[in-house]
Design a protein around this ligand. Structure first.
Ligand code: ADP
Ligand code: MG
Length: 634
């Protein structure tokens, strides 16, 4: 096949443009990325060779070789890993294959939109890493010669990173890949052995196979630059914090600092090593519907898969790292991993370990822990309805915003602050804590000093009903059913309430009857409210009906087409309701202002809920009419 020219996928072109023009100061990370790819390629071949040993017959031991050619001004990264065939080349070095790079592009777009953050792209390269393409920070051209293990044809990929690349047939001894970086004039420092040595030590020491700087055949001998043993097999005392961090970057494709690190070796009936990390920032794909685990499974140092859901429960999917088992058979297929009893035992132990360590942090480092909870709490809460076995432990970790305290509280805190006579844990759900805290439905709670949890994660709509109660106290929605707060001892607002009781409240039964008639099917019922103190009206869900916020979520996801009619509660203590009640006592059937008021109050309650009006035009007409009447009367 002769030489063919391809265009980069549009996103890649955009990415390359950013990379080539970025002022990112740590350009050296390109070498980390190329070595990381070379190491992945060896891992992949090692795994394939388990079932197809012919692939590596006669091959040299796995190794990554760096070769600096001062005359040609090239730095070459060579591996004897799996290599790529023609299709692999076109697909992986022309598109954005990796999700991390995708995330980078999205974050870029967001940063670009934000005019204040001109330097956004520079920081983002470091934050996300852009894989292979990062080499174009220092390269005016890259040539990749590669041959897939088992194939006899090799291929040459060439690009200057400006929109196009070519692929043609080539020759190469054995399987593997050479990435030849033709350095830009200003980037010749990457030919210096000293510089290369430092970079490899800094970023790639944890790589489990030798990274060798090739000698020049005269004065310089071949030199292995890294420790060349898998980091998790080393003694903890021999591993520096930086080593741990760089391995985290490599294994997770995330470039923040890990918040928590758990490195454990277990020996006995079952032997394995685990090195787990909890990131300090939220990975972009946390809420991906597949909810895939991100741990990598090794057996006796051989990489098996990064797609093993058996290692941790789904609600720990933000945990990154590796598990290396000594007992699983090396020839285990990815399919055999399902329901494997050995993996089940490892999962149990890892889960326990994570709970212990997280609980320690929650106790001893509340502030850090709060950040962790902001990042991953919504995921952990999935466990409350999925995993009965660990519900208690999850509740201990769970933190909530509430009307009763700044910051985050645990349920134990909440219960400790409950009022005398209060027998339920009250909550309200919504999108934004600040906003829901202002809901009219909470007025009565505030007046009595009763605390309400502000639940703003979509998952809250699911665990609360399935859990039902905590330590014998039922969870009760502040926006559903009747709330009876009369049993609660009213310590804070006692006097105020007593004085209010003395003022006459008119009989509102006729008004309620009149409103019901006027609103018809638009509401399920009209009732006098226990909840309201300041607002004239609010909407609540009837006992047993869907809570208002949940219904909105379901509608957004097209799981629900019809809205349930709500109960409109009216506040007898409100002056407007008082006036209307008087009018309803005396007015005849012709008094249309009461009908208009009913409609307007309902629409007003909907607006407060953040809902859109069914008929905005009718609303504004009624509004104008009532205002006009009001002016005439005044
Ligand atoms: P990532 O490593 O996260 O997948 P990269 O941009 O670094 O993203 O690499 C893209 C893809 O190119 C890799 O997933 C791999 O399929 C392929 N690739 C890159 N370098 C090599 C290599 N040395 N050997 C084999 N495949 C490679
Ligand atoms: Mg990579």
């Amino acid at each position: 096949m002769s030489k063919e020219t391809f265009s980069f996928q549009a996103e890649v072109s955009k990415l390359l443009d950013i990379v080539a023009h970025s002022l990112y100061s740590q350009k050296e990370i390109f070498l980390r990325e190329l070595i990381s790819n070379a190491s992945d390629a060896c891992d992949k071949l090692r795994y394939e060779a388990l079932t197809n040993p012919a692939l590596t017959e006669g091959s040299a031991p796995y190794q990554i070789t760096l070769r600096a050619d001062k005359k040609a001004k090239t730095l070459t990264v060579t591996d004897n890993g799996i290599g790529m065939n023609r299709q692999d080349l076109v697909e992986t070095l022309g598109t954005i294959a990796r999700s991390g790079t995708q995330a980078f592009m999205e974050a870029m777009a967001a940063a670009r939109g934000d005019a204040k953050k001109k330097r956004g792209d520079v920081d983002l390269i470091g934050q996300f890493g852009v894989g292979f393409y990062s080499a174009f920070m220092v390269a005016e051209r890259i040539e990749v010669t590669t041959r897939r293990a088992g194939d006899d044809k090799a291929w040459l990929w060439i690009s200057d990173g400006r929109g196009e690349f070519t692929v043609e047939e080539a020759a190469r001894d054995g399987h593997g890949t050479d990435v030849v970086v033709f350095l830009k004039k200003d980037d010749k420092e990457y030919l210096e052995p000293m510089r290369i040595r430092t970079i490899v030590k800094t970023y790639s020491d944890h790589i489990g196979l030798p990274v060798v700087l090739a000698g020049d055949g005269k004065d310089l001998a071949d030199e292995t630059l890294n420790t060349a043993s898998a980091i998790w097999t080393r003694q903890k005392k021999d591993i520096s914090d930086d080593d741990y961090m760089e391995f985290y970057h490599h294994v997770s494709h995330m470039f923040d600092d890990p918040w928590l690190k758990l490195h454990n070796r277990v020996e006995g009936v079952q032997s394995y090593t685990s090195l787990l990390y909890v990131p300090s920032s939220r990975p972009f794909d946390l809420f991906h519907p597949e909810r895939k685990s991100q741990l990598k499974l090794y057996v006796k140092r051989v990489y098996i898969t990064d797609n093993c859901d058996e290692l941790l429960p789904g609600y720990f999917r933000f945990v990154r790292g590796i598990v290396d088992s000594e007992d699983l058979p090396l020839n285990i297929s990815r399919e055999m991993l399902q329901h494997n009893p050995q993996l089940q035992r490892i999962r149990k132990a890892l889960t326990k370990r994570l709970f212990t360590d997280l609980a320690k942090k929650a106790e001893g480092a509340a502030e850090e822990y709060a950040t962790f909870w902001e990042n991953f709490g919504a995921v952990l809460k999935e466990g409350l309805y999925e995993d009965l076995e660990h519900r208690e432990q999850l509740f201990e970790l769970a933190r909530f915003r509430s009307t009763g305290a700044d910051g985050l509280s645990s349920l134990k805190d909440y219960i400790g602050r409950m009022k005398e006579g209060q027998d339920a844990i009250y909550y309200i759900t919504g999108e934004d804590a600040h906003q829901v805290a202002q809901s009219p439905q909470l007025e009565g709670f505030k007046a009595k000093g009763i605390e309400v949890l502000l639940l703003t994660d979509p998952v809250d709509e699911f665990w609360v009903p399935s859990v039902g109660e905590y330590e014998g106290k039922a969870f009760k929605s502040a926006t559903r059913g009747n709330v009876d707060l009369s049993a609660v001892k009213d310590t804070d607002a006692k006097e105020k309430d007593d004085s209010e009781k003395k003022t006459d409240t008119p009989d509102i039964a006729p008004l309620i009857a009149r409103f019901k008639l006027a609103l018809g099917d638009a509401v399920k019922d009209v009732r006098a409210s226990e909840r309201l103190t300041d607002s004239p009206v609010c909407l609540v869900a009837d006992e047993g009906d869907l809570d208002i916020h949940l219904e909105r979520i379901l509608k957004q996801h097209k799981q629900l087409s019809q809205a349930t009619p709500r109960v409109m509660e009216i506040n007898p203590k409100h002056a407007l309701i008082g006036k209307l009640a008087e009018r309803a006592l005396t007015a005849g059937g012709q008094d249309s202002i009461l009908d208009d008021a009913a409609m307007l109050l309902l629409d007003q309650a909907r607006i407060v809920e953040g809902e859109s009006l069914a008929d905005p035009l009718a609303f504004s007409r009624r509004m104008a009419k009532v205002m006009e009447k009001g002016l005439a009367a005044g």
